[in-house]
Unconditional design. Structure first.
Length: 329
């Protein structure tokens, strides 16, 4: 529950002032977007190595987040501490890499010392700074300007608005690069297999029953033998797929079909061919369909199982509602 604010509370007034200042700082980035930003995007897209993001102190923490965003959206990236780089971690940089260096002042000693050594290895350099004419700006191939920033700290010292600007500009850079690469929801899910979106964007082939878990029975088999196959198949699926002589799917027989046979005819028909009672044209899904779409099909059609067929209509898997629960869709 949200409590009513006390308009006279000076702490709330100060907090609001910080938020306004940081929001204004981020908004001021928009007119600074120019050909330099486009050049940075092009360099990152063309980079055949890693995007190595570095910064000292709070800028380094922001850089680690920017690196993580790039890595999760299709751009191989790592975060490098500039001081550690000078004590051996410089070996993480390769000639094909691109260095993204963050420093508001552009005069951070550790960054200024790292840039020439990264260049000597062969890496290119993009700077993100509030001082394009600084040492960092002069050493870089491309400069992303965050503008002159007034920190929200009452002492004017702690990085606050400047790191917010860096984070926002880093996000903008990553999202434009994402678009340039044509990075899709499916690509995103590949890097987030345990996330909620990752689970929703799993493919049917990732969870379908196949191999010894797939109950395939020749068309014409007696119902009793179909039931034996269902019972003996690993995982005891509640359905069996009937296969025609040419390998295509002839139909589907489920526990629900069995109940209907017994309710309507008793057990006397269990020795009849399954073809007489199976569903001849069941709903099917393709192995490359999104699991989210398959789940919607099962829910809307009130199905417990759906066969998975290849491009030629041959059954290659079975998707059971229990499999969706396991995948937590």
């Amino acid at each position: 529950m949200t409590l009513p604010a006390n308009p006279e509370d000076p702490r709330l007034a100060r907090a609001a002032e910080v938020i306004r200042l940081e929001a204004r700082t981020i908004a001021n980035l928009e007119p600074l977007l120019d050909a330099r930003f486009t050049a940075a995007v092009e360099r990152i897209v063309a980079c055949e190595g890693m995007l190595v993001v570095t910064g000292m102190g709070k800028a380094g923490l922001v850089g680690a987040k920017i690196s993580a965003t790039f890595a999760s959206t299709g751009t191989p990236s790592l975060s490098l501490h500039p001081a550690e780089a000078m004590h051996g971690d410089l070996g993480r940089i390769r000639p094909a890499d691109l260095l993204l260096a963050l420093s508001n002042s552009g005069e951070t000693a550790e960054i200024s010392g790292l840039i020439p050594r990264a260049r000597a290895i062969g890496a290119g350099v993009i700077a993100m700074t509030g001082a394009p004419e600084s040492t960092l700006g002069r050493l870089a191939d491309c400069v992303l300007d965050i503008g002159r920033v007034d920190e929200a700290c009452p002492l004017g010292l702690a990085p606050t608005a400047s790191t917010s600007a860096m984070l926002a500009l880093g996000d903008a850079l990553a999202m434009v690069v994402l678009s340039e690469r044509g990075f899709s929801r499916e690509d995103y899910a590949r890097f987030h297999p345990l996330g909620a979106l990752g689970r929703k964007l799993m493919k049917v082939r990732e969870v379908m029953r196949q191999g010894e878990e797939l109950p395939l029975v020749p068309a014409g088999t007696k119902i009793t033998d179909v039931l034996l196959t269902m019972s003996r198949t690993k995982g005891r699926p509640g359905a069996a797929i009937l296969v025609a002589p040419d390998g295509s799917m002839a139909g589907l027989f489920t526990d629900g079909d069995l109940r209907r046979v017994i309710e309507q005819h008793g057990v006397g028909r269990l020795d009849d061919p399954v073809d007489e009672v199976m569903t001849r044209k069941p709903m099917v899904v393709h192995p490359e369909h999104l699991l989210e779409d398959a789940e919607r099909l099962l829910r809307e059609r009130k199905l417990d199982q759906v066969p998975v067929v290849d491009d030629d209509g041959r059954p290659i898997g079975l998707l059971d509602v229990q499999d969706l629960l396991t995948a937590r869709v």
